[in-house]
Design a protein around this ligand. Structure first.
Ligand SMILES: *Cc1c(COP(=O)(O)O)cnc(C)c1O
Length: 359
């Protein structure tokens, strides 16, 4: 069996079947059913956020966030993220304007934001990449000065706190992904989070076709709803999240100890202000040639790391030619090593031994 970059956590089957039994009894499968309502309540409590809308994936979460904020124009964004950060901007009819990343944190570099602002700029969409918080204070200061909206793609940042509060409380809106590969998952799923009551009101209609009762509509909407089956998975996984994070931390520290002095770099974490979630184990290799040699050696040992995030999003053919030299460089050297609950210490030792044999 190969060791992949991640492996979805699955709860004991009986726990899931327990929820299925209830679903069968009620024969109520979707449309804000009792399990969806319960999951939303539990997530709000666990994350410490005011409004949270469970939706069917993290990409529709970004799209609804953009629609609800009614932003259209140029959106300053990071080139170092998953493609959905950029594609959702384009899909919603706006233009992504790439602002390069800080080579230490790999998040958007706030000192470069102002130079990218034009009269068409309407918003900033930044990613807490690998769960590492952006410089939210600097971003929000720029946004305030120029009257821009702020959306955080927090797909990696489940459970992350910054200065003792959920990182999700920053910006006008934050979004999460609950895809099967994420730390907390509902197989497919995501969420939209905001503190703003009026915005929350709009989002609640938008994710359900704009329905205002069975026969009336309040504005245009889309189908962003999720089902009882997905909520049931979330309700099984949520009580385990702290234990998942605890084990991922142990594994990350084991990697750190083994890779010290090898030339493998790690993104800088603001450790004194951040409670991290260990959602990924990103490394930055000394060069692309080394990265490819490490990857090939790991593949030969049946280990499959992933080039998160490659290519740099400013090089996509539909975004026009834009430059972001730091992101382009980092994306050729970034490699995420396997990190998941069931990964054993012996497997970690095997992986680090293979890496050291190449370096
Ligand atoms: C996973 C991910 C998404 C998309 O989430 P889905 O639930 O797969 O639609 C968006 N942004 C980032 C940064 C992601 O990693």
């Amino acid at each position: 069996m190969s060791i992949n970059v991640t492996k979805s956590y699955l709860p004991p089957l009986e726990e899931y079947i327990g929820y299925l039994t209830g679903i069968w009894e009620r024969a109520y499968l979707t449309n804000a059913g009792p399990l969806v309502v319960e999951l939303e309540k539990s997530l709000k409590e666990y994350l410490g956020v005011k409004h949270l809308f469970f939706v069917n994936n993290g990409t529709i979460a970004l799209q609804i966030a953009l629609k609800a904020l009614a932003v259209q124009g140029e959106i300053l964004t990071t080139p170092f993220s998953y493609v959905a950060t950029t594609s959702s901007i384009v899909w919603e009819g706006s233009k992504p304007v790439f602002v390069d990343i800080d080579p230490r944190t790999l998040c958007i570099d706030p000192t470069l934001l102002e130079a990218a602002i034009t009269p068409q700029t309407v918003a900033i969409m930044a990613t807490h990449v690998y769960g590492n918080p952006c410089d939210v204070e600097a971003i929000e200061a720029v946004a305030k000065r120029h009257n821009l909206r702020v959306i955080y793609d927090a797909a990696h940042a489940f459970g992350v706190t910054y200065k003792d509060a959920s990182i999700l409380t920053h910006g006008d809106v934050s979004t999460l992904s609950f895809h099967a590969t994420k730390l907390f998952h509902t197989v497919e799923g995501g969420a939209i989070i905001t503190d703003d009551d009026e915005l929350a009101h709009r989002i609640s209609y938008m994710r359900n076709f704009g329905h205002n009762g069975p026969e009336a509509f309040w504005g245009v909407g889309v189908n962003g709803k999720s089902s009882e089956f997905h909520a049931a998975m979330g309700l099984c996984v949520l009580p385990k999240v702290d234990d998942l994070i605890r084990r991922r931390r142990e594994i990350s520290e084991r990697y750190d100890a083994a890779l010290v002095g090898t030339g493998v770099q790690r993104p800088l974490l603001q450790e004194h202000t951040t409670r991290y979630n260990y959602s990924y184990y990103p490394t930055v290799m000394p060069s692309e040639a080394v990265l490819l040699a490490v990857r090939d050696a790991l593949n030969a040992a049946d280990v499959v790391p992933r080039r998160y995030f490659y290519p740099s999003l400013n090089t996509l053919d539909y975004t026009g030619k834009q430059v972001a030299p730091v992101s382009e460089d980092i994306s050729t050297r970034a490699l995420c090593l396997p990190l998941y609950y069931e990964l054993t210490n012996e497997e970690v030792d095997l992986i680090t031994a293979v890496i050291k044999s190449v370096l």
